[in-house]
Design a protein around this ligand. Sequence first.
Ligand code: EPU
Length: 428
Amino acid sequence: MEKFVISGGKPLKGTVHISGAKNAAVAVLPAVLLSDEPCTIENLPNISDVSTILQTMSALGAKVKLINKSTVEIDPRNVRSYVVTKQMAEGMRASSYFMGALLGRMKHSRVAPPGGCDFGVRPIDQHIKGFEALGAKVTIENGMVDAKADELRGSSIYLDVVSVGATINIMLAAVKVKGLTVIENAAREPHIVDLANFLNSMGADIMGAGTGMIKIRGVDYLKGADYSIIPDQIEAGTYMVAAAATMGDVLINNVTPKHLESIAAKLREMGALVEEFEEAVRVKMSSRPRKCNVKTMPHPGFPTDMQPQIATILAVAEGTSIVTEGVWDSRFRYVEQLTLMGADIQVDGKMAVITGVDALSPAPVKAVDLRAGAAMLIAGMMAEGVTEIEEIDHIDRGYEEVVEKFTALGADIKRVYYDENAGALKRA
Ligand code: EPU
């Protein structure tokens, strides 16, 4: 087993380079299955969710060749299997994108229900509604979601909830079907635009990505493409909050500042200096943060994937802040861990009332999910003394070289291998 051991209390200073976006990469890679020619994907983050997707693509029959740690060449022409087993899908929400991609490619997909972070119920009814509107018959057999069609055809789909996953899955299934598909009430996240740009660079005809209405006119053939994934909005946001929370001064490089506006706005409200450059943002904090209220919403609102991190800095703000979760039913499991570090947070349904304390204190904590894990890292760097974080495999799913990047900014974080049974500690 591995854990992080953090000796906190040091302000972060310097420059950090942001990797490619996890949530774009996990959509673009399955989309390669729709191509009629090999593709090269660049700026992939080197994280376990990406490795899992690539392994799944190999298992389906694609030829996957790693060119370097962030570039991969994929030839999907020999893919004959339409089955993604439970073993392949486990631990990864994005496995659901194989439903749309394989349905679009082979008119048949059989995919185990997706894993990923535990936020209570994570339904896929809107994905299924979309596949059915395109003409597929969707059944659940032996715990697998089976979607099959003799012929798929374009259709109009109104999403009852704004869903990133359903929007992406319907785009994937529809890109090569006959006729026009319209997705109304579509999600507008940057990774949806990235997926549309990738598909269009192969010859797809997708308009409106980034707005609430996406129009997809089916094409017969998709040629190969060389494509570079956009920078990770949430990784960037995590470093922005970490810089402010540790009273640091950090230049966050290789970002799209427009994607970070809601995060920058909240940090400014707390008293941070946030400067925007063409492909970078600088965050500097010189005084105790001020309280502020945050409500998460689909893009362009404040991202739910930044909710645990922002709550962590607010835990030491002057005054009482209210954080409202507007996307997921249950995303406050990390609060119990922050409370172990001395935070004063009361959760009532979708709302957390955070009364700022003077400082967090170190404690043994767990990463209960990916972004909760990022919040624990920030909390550990804020607290003077030694904090240990267990269950860090969640963090490795989504943050490339997290120890190296924070260490380069002056943090003291070690990845420690330990033998649970012997209780022995060994540094990596
Ligand atoms: N929902 C439904 N029915 C559906 C699909 C979704 O009711 O068929 C509901 C969900 O229960 C939730 C809301 O709609 O309340 C939004 O869910 P969405 O489908 O947008 O989430 P997702 O596609 O499963 C992606 C990201 C998450 C991020 C959400 C919201 C990926 C791989 N995952 O999940 O990212 O929280 O969008 O922005 O893109 C993360 O990176 O840490 C992460 C969890």
